[in-house]
Design a protein around this ligand. Structure first.
Ligand SMILES: Cc1cc2nc3c(=O)[nH]c(=O)nc-3n(C[C@H](O)[C@H](O)[C@H](O)COP(=O)(O)OP(=O)(O)OC[C@H]3O[C@@H](n4cnc5c(N)ncnc54)[C@H](O)[C@@H]3O)c2cc1C
Length: 418
């Protein structure tokens, strides 16, 4: 008899798991609080830039439906504004370089991807239930399914999973987030020939990320401000009108990143739902959710490890988590999915996720001198730029050259010597 699995939440991790399990012959029920059409016509949710390893997990499951249409992001650029140069302005760039990614990255609007994947799941005979699950529902389902996976993102169901204070250094949001999807962005004048994600760091103020995406109306670009709370970029709360949101985005770009503003003078929003603003505290949780009736459920991706988007890792991590859990479920065969298995399954994912959390939490702080030196050196030494860029695909590599001044210096010496 095939095993019955309930997946609660139809985002990157939940859909990837549901579709993967379905292919493996499991009897899968997927619970989503929105229909595919509601997702497709709803608000943007992310900037969802995904790097090679995470995209490969999708290819392995033949879920890369939009790969040929989505822009291929071949580079990752970093610019740093010269401290204080925005006052009185114009802001100058102290650092500006582009690293080459070994494998390209892509961003497919989650409205396109999740809606499409959800329809595929149903077409393949999966049971799709449109219902916002409550803890009381899960109590019942944990008795009727062999396994319940909670992949509901940062929503209310996280309350079932205790916060792991030892792995969560922050209790408050570290950035105010403001996203705008636009058409009409000009090319990067320095490198018009290939697409890149651009990370613009404005010391003491925040960051602007610019990247191409495939949205519901085709190719577009995303303008994404991450503002230090209480600072000049923390200005989007209460802005309800999307055109006002875009005007504010552009005004801040003109002041703090005029080199990006220069190619944004003709942009317009992709659609009335093409903006997003919010904030959340990065949090790692205990992976096992215990229900009032005694059942246990396993948390997936953002439910258990939610990092700030400053390093663009959440969807990547969701893909990696789904791949790790899928392998663990299949390997477990007919044995019961007990708490011991749940903990071991999460621990296996944490082997990768811990590096993402460490790096992301470090990037939220003002960079120490050796990191500034590293980012500066990448402007002269292309191998350094390339290695930094490829760290977005495999953040574990930062252990080798990023955190400790001795390792950074030794690495820079080895590259300049060569
Ligand atoms: C502004 C911003 C920019 C980002 N940029 C990037 C980036 O460039 N690269 C990157 O890798 N990551 C990025 N991320 C992070 C990334 O979007 C998330 O980490 C990722 O989507 C998490 O996937 P998930 O499957 O855990 O959850 P989600 O994608 O959040 O999916 C959860 C789903 O569950 C549903 N749900 C919630 N509650 C219930 C319920 N009770 N019952 C049923 N369904 C429920 C939700 O509606 C949603 O559809 C960004 C995030 C933000 C906010």
């Amino acid at each position: 008899m095939s095993r019955k699995i309930l997946v609660v939440g139809a985002g990157q991790s939940g859909l990837q798991l549901a579709l993967g399990l379905q292919t493996q012959g499991y009897e899968v029920t997927l619970m989503s609080n929105r229909t595919a059409d509601e997702i497709r016509s709803g608000r943007v949710m992310s900037t969802q830039c995904m790097f090679h390893t995470a995209l490969q997990h999708e290819r392995d499951l033949q879920l890369n439906f939009w790969e040929s249409q989505a822009p291929k992001i071949e580079g990752l650029g970093v610019s740093v504004a010269a401290p204080g140069s925005h006052d009185p302005g114009p802001t100058q760039r102290a650092i500006d370089w582009v690293g080459t990614l070994d494998g390209y990255a892509q961003s497919v609007d989650q409205r396109v991807k999740m809606a499409g994947w959800m329809e595929t799941f149903a077409q393949r005979g999966g049971q799709l239930v449109i219902h916002g699950a409550a803890v009381s529902d899960l109590d019942y389902f944990s008795r009727t399914y062999d396994l319940v996976l909670v992949s509901a993102g940062k929503g209310e169901l996280v309350s079932m999973f205790g916060r792991d204070a030892s792995r969560s250094p922050y209790t408050e949001p570290q950035r105010a987030l403001a996203v705008a999807y636009v058409h009409g962005m000009g090319v990067r004048p320095e490198h018009p020939d290939f697409d890149a994600v651009r990370c613009n760091l404005v010391p003491g103020v925040g960051e602007l990320f610019v990247m191409p995406t495939l949205t519901t109306s085709g190719r577009a670009d995303i303008l994404f401000w991450e503002g230090i709370p209480g600072g000049p970029l923390d200005a989007f709360q209460g802005v309800k009108d999307p055109s006002e949101h875009l005007a504010l985005t552009l005004e801040l770009m003109e002041k703090f990143t005029p080199w990006e503003y220069a190619r944004a003078t003709k942009v317009e929003l992709t659609d009335a739902n093409g903006t997003l603003a919010g904030r959340y505290a990065p949090t790692v949780r205990n992976p096992i959710g215990r229900l009032p009736g005694g059942g246990a459920v396993l948390g997936v991706a953002d439910v258990v490890v939610a990092n700030d988007p400053i390093t663009g890792q959440g969807s990547n991590s969701a893909s990696k988590c789904a791949a790790a859990y899928l392998a663990a479920i299949v390997e477990h065969g007919d044995k019961p999915f007990d708490e011991e298995w749940m903990q071991a399954t999460f621990d296996r994912y944490w082997d990768t996720a811990q590096h993402v959390t460490k790096w992301t939490n470090t990037m939220l702080q003002a960079p120490p001198e050796h990191v500034l030196n590293l980012i500066g050196a990448a402007g002269q030494l292309q191998p350094v730029a390339d290695r930094f860029a490829n760290g977005f695909n495999n953040p574990a590599d930062f252990e080798n050259f990023f955190y400790e001044p001795e390792k950074t210096n030794a690495y820079l010496a080895s590259v300049s010597g060569a």
